[in-house]
Each structure stands twice: as C-alpha cells, then as structure tokens.
Write a protein that binds this ligand. Structure first.
Ligand SMILES: C[S@@+](CC[C@H](N)C(=O)[O-])C[C@H]1O[C@@H](n2cnc3c(N)ncnc32)[C@H](O)[C@@H]1O
Length: 203
C-alpha cells in the first residue's frame, strides 16, 4: 500500500466532503446504532459523526491510515476501537454487531465477495448494514469512461476500482437491500440493508 495516498487523502477529498459528503455521511451514520463495525475506516472521517452508536469497532489494514485516524478517534462522541485487520478476514465472533458501515471502501477491497460474507457472519440477524460507495454508472457513455480510466485510476488511488458494481455484489451476497439513494447521477449510492437470518445462509 502506498504511503503517499494516506497523506493526500483528506486534502484531495476536502472539496467533495464540504460540498456534499459530510451531509451524506451524517445522515447515513445516524442509522448506525448499538455495537457498530466500520470497514476500512481510513483516516477516521466518519468517527466524529457517530451519534447513536454505543461503540464502534473500526477495521483498517493500512498502518499509515490508522495513524491519521487517531486524532478523529479522540474527537468522537462514542468509544472507538481501531483494529488492524482486513475485511476479508475479520477477527470477530459470529453475531457480534448490531450495525455495520462501509464508506468508499468496496471500490478498494481486493476480494469484495469475501468481505461481504464476513460482514454477514459477524453481524446479528436483522443488523443494519450501511454502504456509501461509488459504483459503475448505468449510463453507457459514463460507464465506458469509467472502464477506460480504471487502469490509471487504480494505480493513482491505491487500488481503487472505478468500475465495480457494488450494488450487484451486495445483492449476490444475500444481504437484503431495503433502500438505495443515488447521488451525482448514480455515481455514488447510499445503500441501506438488513442482515438476513443466518440460517438463510444454508438454504
Ligand atoms: C478510499 S479509502 C476510504 C476511507 C474511509 N472509509 C472514507 O470513507 O473516507 C479506502 C480504505 O479502504 C482500506 N482498505 C483497503 N483494503 C481493505 C481491506 N481488504 N479491508 C478493509 N479495508 C481496506 C484502505 O486502506 C483505505 O483506508
């Protein structure tokens, strides 16, 4: 993982955060309650926005990102514990979490299917699972542009894919989608979901 990316991340995101993302994040994160799992917490941009969580377990594999997130962890209104882990191999027991959150991270996770299966495993049945992700757009010309830009984008942005159909991946994982809100012509989606009963895993 690059060292440059963590130092530039907040700076490059600042215009979008100010214009729109902070509002989107706050609205979504008010729905996260009880014990919350956050996947790929990065620089901890979400940490000060948790209002209804009892506690947050944030996983993040990149040590440089973790270091950047420490000041925001201290600003948070709720207790936050950071774990250096990858989403594909979560070190938590089954049925641990009441909510799970992933923001701008399923574009980067090397094995999204495995990560979604892990989220299902560690979340309780009916847990709220919330995603704010950029995805492959439906409009053909825009989707084509995303495909064309993807190889260079991945190199610049630390493995971020512009062309992932994360909504489809969520659906394929068996997680139940309850609401989708699109922003920027469908480039960004807030996807509200519910963890199905784990017995459904074996159907
Ligand atoms: C674009 S940043 C997003 C950070 C933050 N969630 C946000 O909303 O700004 C993507 C993050 O995913 C993390 N990441 C990459 N691979 C991961 C994995 N396998 N499991 C969990 N997080 C991962 C990266 O280290 C990085 O911090």
């Amino acid at each position: 993982m690059s060292k440059l990316f963590p130092s530039l991340y907040d700076l490059t995101m600042q215009p979008l955060e100010k214009r729109k993302f902070q509002k989107i994040r706050s609205g979504m994160l008010t729905m996260a309650s009880g014990r919350v799992l956050e996947i790929g917490a990065g620089t901890g941009i979400n940490f000060p926005l948790y209002k209804n969580a009892d506690r947050v377990d944030a996983v993040e594999p990149n040590q440089a990102m973790i270091e950047k997130s420490l000041s925001r962890k201290n600003e948070a209104a709720v207790p936050i514990q950071i774990h250096q882990q990858s989403a594909e191999s979560l070190k938590f027991m089954e049925n641990t979490f009441d909510s799970a959150v992933a923001t701008l991270v399923f574009c980067t996770i090397p094995n999204p299917e495995k990560a979604l299966a892990e989220i299902r495993r560690v979340c309780k049945p009916q847990a709220k699972i919330l995603f704010f992700e950029h995805v492959k757009m439906e409009q053909p010309a825009l989707a084509f542009a995303q495909e064309a830009l993807n190889p260079i984008w991945k190199r610049i942005c630390d493995g971020c894919h512009l062309n992932r159909n994360t909504l489809q991946a969520i659906q394929d994982s068996g997680i139940k989608i309850t609401n989708v809100t699109a922003y920027y012509k469908g480039l960004f989606l807030v996807t509200e979901c519910e963890n199905p009963d784990s017995s459904a895993l074996f159907c």
